[in-house]
Design a protein around this ligand. Structure first.
Ligand code: NDP
Ligand code: GDR
Length: 374
């Protein structure tokens, strides 16, 4: 008899039977302070879940996207709770799982910036790759692997170099960054724990999704903010990298619904969420500037490419090679057919509406001079 056979599970379960345990609706979200975490929290609270989130200690304010929900907490005190933690800290994760005893765990926490991952490759591997393993093992350490449903924030960055389009659940992976490689490990450890321990664990292979809450260093938000600021005379020029990259951009609110749907199915499976359309970065720039009434004239090629505001004659977009990546993902175009068929999921927001919503939100924020913390 091994130590594993005799050692009691770490958690003393208040709800021993799987059915009885799952009757409660308790979600734990890593990465709750991020774009997706905030939309998912709203969705789960609306659905009657008790929501717990893992937040990192920071010297600056990092709960801006949750502020409206946190306020509300005083009226619904048992519905929303934040715990300090980190995906690099196994003991802390075991403690949080044991304390919260969640029915669903959404692993959204990550160093999520592809360009930054080239500069912080080891850290990205640790948090995005091994962090996923730590969270899965925390669940097992607590003896809850048959009780908890697990969602992994996998990504279209797994496809990387174009092998086929559109990309689906059966397209081979070829990651092109330390971020993509770390997420590849996470993808496979989720599949492995599902097959090895019978865990209900799903990979959502999500294509790019954006919103007014998108971090400011991702290209869409960088563009929507600049269009707003330039139109108000608060910025003179926007500097970008590869304008030819093509992305399948949807709205984050639609995508968090897909995450939840994956965990409500009879069997754990992996799903692509995408719009089935692709657009170049340049097109996002054009639409954003058009939204604020600026028409652009493009000239030059490569690093010399510029866009001029036709009305004022001023150059408002330039290329800065410092934003180029050592290896680029040129084209992402997803096929969401499986999610549409099995989950009944469908994106609601199209490309034009997404751009308009983001630019208008940034115009409003810029005009009101309110710090939005995103
Ligand atoms: P964000 O960058 O907005 O949020 C990332 C979250 O992870 C933040 O809450 C951040 O905390 C947290 N985090 C970072 N490092 C750690 C750590 N060491 N321990 C615990 N938490 C940590 O990302 P999104 O909301 O856009 O994305 C959510 C997830 O989905 C990520 O895993 C991302 O890689 C993945 N993904 C995103 C897509 C997209 O287009 N948005 C597409 C496909 C996958 P803090 O606020 O303190 O920085
Ligand atoms: P991505 O998103 O790398 O697809 O990862 P990002 O918005 O950073 O880049 C998209 C494309 O735009 C090009 N680009 C620039 N990108 C940034 N950030 N800044 C620039 O100035 C700029 N100029 C051009 C990039 O080269 C790239 O081709 C996002 C993240 O949310 C990941 O976590 C997620 O897994 C994937 O989407 C799906």
């Amino acid at each position: 008899m091994s130590i594993v056979d005799v050692a009691p599970p770490f958690a003393k379960l208040n709800f021993p039977g799987v059915e009885e345990y799952r009757k409660r609706k308790v979600a734990l979200i890593s990465g709750i302070t991020g774009q997706d975490g905030s939309y998912l929290t709203e969705l789960l609270l609306e659905k009657g879940y008790q929501v717990h989130g893992i937040i990192r200690r920071s010297s600056s304010f990092n709960t801006g996207r949750l502020h409206h929900l946190y306020e509300d907490q005083h009226e619904r005190p048992n519905k929303f709770k934040l715990h300090y933690g980190d995906l690099s800290d196994s003991t802390n994760l075991v403690y949080i799982i044991a304390q919260v005893q969640p029915t669903e765990v959404y692993n959204l926490g990550a160093q999520s910036h592809v360009k930054v991952s080239f500069e912080m490759a080891e850290y990205t591997g640790d948090v995005d790759g091994l962090g996923t393993l730590r969270l899965l093992d925390a669940i097992r350490t607590c003896g809850l692997e048959k009780h908890i449903r697990f969602y992994q924030a996998s990504t279209s960055e797994l496809y990387g170099k174009v092998v086929e389009t559109p990309q689906s659940e059966t397209t081979p992976f070829y990651p092109r960054s330390p971020y993509g490689c770390a997420k590849l490990y996470a993808y496979w450890i989720v599949v492995n724990y599902r097959e090895s321990y019978g865990m209900f664990a799903c990979n959502g292979i999500l294509f790019n999704h954006e919103s007014p809450r998108r971090g400011r260093t991702f290209v869409t938000r960088k563009i929507s903010r600049a269009a707003a600021d330039i139109s108000l005379g608060k910025q003179s020029c926007l500097y970008l990298g590869n304008l030819d990259a093509q992305r399948d951009w949807g709205h984050a609110r639609d995508y968090v619904e897909g995450m939840w749907l994956m965990l409500q199915q009879p069997e754990a499976e992996d799903f692509v969420l995408a719009t089935g359309e692709t657009h170049r970065v340049r097109e996002f720039v054009n639409k954003s500037f058009n939204t604020v009434g600026i028409q652009l004239r493009w000239e030059g090629t490569g690093v010399d490419e510029t866009a001029t505001d036709i009305a004022s004659g001023k150059v408002v977009v330039r290329v800065d090679p410092k934003y180029f990546r050592p290896a680029e993902v040129d084209l992402l175009l997803g096929n969401p057919a499986k999610a549409e068929r099995v989950l009944g999921w469908k994106r609601r927001v199209d490309f034009d509406s997404l751009v308009k919503e983001m630019v208008e939100a940034d115009l409003k924020a810029a005009a009101s001079l309110v710090e939005d913390h995103n």
